[in-house]
Design a protein. Structure first.
Length: 289
């Protein structure tokens, strides 16, 4: 085969690959538009009057208005204002996610470092709960919470600890396997106990996976509707939006979209500020263990 033939074949393969690369880019751009459009749809309708949302839901507003946001910030349904619902949601999210991270990381560390049949059984036990739908345990959970007088924000936080721990243990378990045990042995030789070894030596090395678990759990807790609804009935941002702007026979689309924007903004800002750690944690967790 001559050099000219090889050169022509190489050029042909390059051109063919370029065509497929362009097609793939077009596909990815189209997919990105499809996924981002619902968010854009909510955002543009949050600045419209109700009449225009009904007549022109997909177009830009003819007149931008902040009336929907003013209504969200001033309405008080069942004695709960937006600010009170925001405060309750922050309290629930912060304490729930903090507890999940601490419980699941310590449990996973103990399961990894103390090898044996019991540790293996407990890990399988945690992993088993990943496949159980919440609806299966919903009624027993409510009955237990009622009997223990835990139908409150504190009781809700404890429930999130139990429901979120299996996923956290699963993530941390694979990641901690990649942490050298020699570091812990050195700390033990220096006189450090188990808690000091974990919090001063091991836990600082888990930053990326901790951010990953934290973001996943914050998104879950922040946007959860069913569990707060059956436990609290009112008081969180999602319940505030549902009770004030969604009726049996009518829906306040302007207030609903504005409430969605205000509810989602803190989580979006948090995710964007921590996304590099999130991606790093997902990538690291995929190759460890």
């Amino acid at each position: 085969m001559s050099l000219n033939t090889i050169s022509k074949n190489s050029i042909g393969l390059t051109n063919k690959w370029s065509v497929w690369k362009i097609i793939l880019q077009i596909f990815m751009i189209s997919a990105a538009i499809v996924f981002i459009y619902p968010a854009v749809f909510v955002l543009i309708n949050a600045f419209k009057f109700d009449a225009e949302i009904t007549t022109n839901p997909i177009g830009l507003p003819s007149v931008f208005t902040l009336e929907n946001f003013r209504r969200v910030l001033t309405v008080s349904g069942d004695g709960v204002t937006f600010y009170k619902a925001l405060l309750n949601t922050i309290i629930i999210a912060v304490f729930s996610v903090t507890g999940i991270i601490l419980i699941s990381s310590m449990a996973a560390w103990a399961l990894v470092r103390h090898k044996g049949k019991l540790s293996g059984f407990l890990f399988i036990f945690f992993a088993f709960f990943l496949i159980i739908p919440f609806q299966v345990i919903m009624v027993p959970l409510v009955v237990l919470a009622t009997d223990m007088s835990s139908m409150s924000i504190l009781g809700l936080i404890f429930m999130y600890w139990g429901l979120g721990a299996p996923v956290g243990v699963f993530f941390y378990h694979g990641f901690i396997k990649g942490v050298p045990a020699t570091l812990e042995e050195s700390a033990s030789i220096d006189g450090a106990g188990p808690f000091r070894t974990f919090f001063q030596v091991v836990f600082p090395l888990l930053t990326s996976i901790t951010v990953t678990v934290g973001i996943l759990d914050i998104i879950w807790v922040w946007n959860d509707f069913l569990l707060p609804f059956i436990i609290l009935k009112k008081g969180t941002l999602v319940l505030f939006q549902f009770s004030n702007f969604t009726g049996t026979f009518s829906t306040d689309y302007g207030g609903q979209t504005a409430s969605l924007v205000l509810t989602a903004t803190p989580v979006i800002i948090l995710f964007l500020s921590l996304q590099k750690y999130y991606i790093k944690g997902i990538a690291a967790g995929a190759v460890k263990g």
